[in-house]
Design a protein around this ligand. Sequence first.
Ligand SMILES: Cc1cc2nc3c(=O)[nH]c(=O)nc-3n(C[C@H](O)[C@H](O)[C@H](O)COP(=O)(O)OP(=O)(O)OC[C@H]3O[C@@H](n4cnc5c(N)ncnc54)[C@H](O)[C@@H]3O)c2cc1C
Length: 508
Amino acid sequence: MLSRAIPRSVLRSTAASSSSSFRASNIYLGRQSRRWYASEAEEKDLVIVGGGVAGYVAAIKAGQSGLKVACIEKRGTLGGTCLNVGCIPSKSLLNNSHLLHTIQHDTKNRGIEVGDIKLNLDVMMKAKDTSVQGLTKGVEFLFKKNNVEYIKGTGAFKDEHTIAVNLNDGGETEVKGKNIFIATGSESTPFPGLTINEENVITSTGAIALKKVPKKMVVIGGGIIGLEMGSVWSRLGSEVTVVEFLGQIGGPGMDQEISKQIQKMLAKQGMKFKLNTKVTKGDASAESIKINVEAAKGGKEELLDADVVLVAIGRRPYTAGLGLENIGLDVDERGRLVIDQEYRTKIPHIRAIGDVTFGPMLAHKAEEEGVAAVEFITKNYGHVNYNAIPSVMYTHPEVAWVGQNEQELKAQGVKYKIGSFPFSANSRAKTNLDTEGMVKFITDAETDRILGVHIVGPNAGEMIAEGTLALEYGASAEDVGRTSHAHPTLSEAFKEAAMAAYGKAIHY
Ligand SMILES: Cc1cc2nc3c(=O)[nH]c(=O)nc-3n(C[C@H](O)[C@H](O)[C@H](O)COP(=O)(O)OP(=O)(O)OC[C@H]3O[C@@H](n4cnc5c(N)ncnc54)[C@H](O)[C@@H]3O)c2cc1C
């Protein structure tokens, strides 16, 4: 079965070294001091270090493809940053804090009058934990279903084919792999001078678990994570100030026009912004934290105070304790593992996928790479289109985009056309009393091929899937504009923006 699934050349290329290292491992058989596991007796086709989105998806795909696979995860639960402390818990809090905010500020206009409204933060946190537990257990179930061996512990390279594992429940073991994937993910980048305690000086991990609503919160970094967590606590009652070094929020990938619009909307909801501003130092020695800021280009210093400071200046690849030095693997100046087009490090049977290597730090990008990297082993080909990876910011309204933005195209000197359509002219958005925002298409001026789609508005995160599909298939704006979209739906705004790019929208 195995030799049918895997090209012989791949098996051959690893066979010689793997059999010698297998023999070497037998030397340890008699030692009493370490635990011996059945898994050690055989060499796996694939060993994956890290059970985050990249690692667990690769493990399931490998199991489905008939490979003998083991996945080592130290957290005690599967799903990595995304399921445990990232995408999922943050979206739970975003959803439920939005509900609270809507009931407090919006339902009255819709004829729904509610009596006393109270936040029960404990219950809101429990609801989040329930979602997380359900999903992480779900991955464990999928491991069993697909014959993936799950090893709970911290893995480190002993040699090019052997991972030594410190087991979470004590003891140690070793696993050998013909192929090894490094999928150890990323961690929050620290801010020099501010020591994270996850209580009042926090990363996103602390921000999804605060025990009470801070009166004042300063968010250092106006990227997606900072804005999402900032909006949660702003809706729950904090006075939130976001300090951002760049001249726009949302990070450089967000189209500038869209970024300006969402900033206005978030400001209307109560968030404060200090753009082109840098934090020079922070002092968290007293209960009230002091944050010194000044213009990014230099200027007069200002002092901000806060009960809680959220450090959200980005994430960096995580390879601590992995024993890369034991196999002579290096990381680049940003801590990323260097790989080729097939995710191979300079040791060809060791691949790196997800946040630990190049590309956007996004769960769905990690997932695509998990599948592709396994396919490179089993079929000798794999596919990820890095030009069609969508980004979503789950504020209200949401911001979503795929492809290139206007500022990037201008910098490249590409001639482009714009077609946009406001939700205020869309019948469903009007019916829902949720009309803020727009859809914006950017197309090649000569060919009409779609170069980018940018949305700020209700349900943008779902709607961007259509833009991603269009980009993946090399569609023109006319292809989308001539496709029937159900009425009344928000997606009609998508169709009309496409129509505006090559001709004229009907309803605007
Ligand atoms: C607050 C927040 C919100 C986010 N929201 C989104 C979102 O909405 N959408 C989105 O696409 N992305 C989001 N992300 C990003 C997303 O979480 C990551 O891109 C994704 O988790 C990367 O997957 P990964 O498998 O590469 O790494 P990770 O998920 O970080 O998984 C790596 C795993 O490896 C384990 N590990 C590390 N070293 C070892 C070792 N030596 N031995 C054993 N195990 C080890 C770690 O414990 C970890 O579980 C968010 C991130 C954060 C922090």
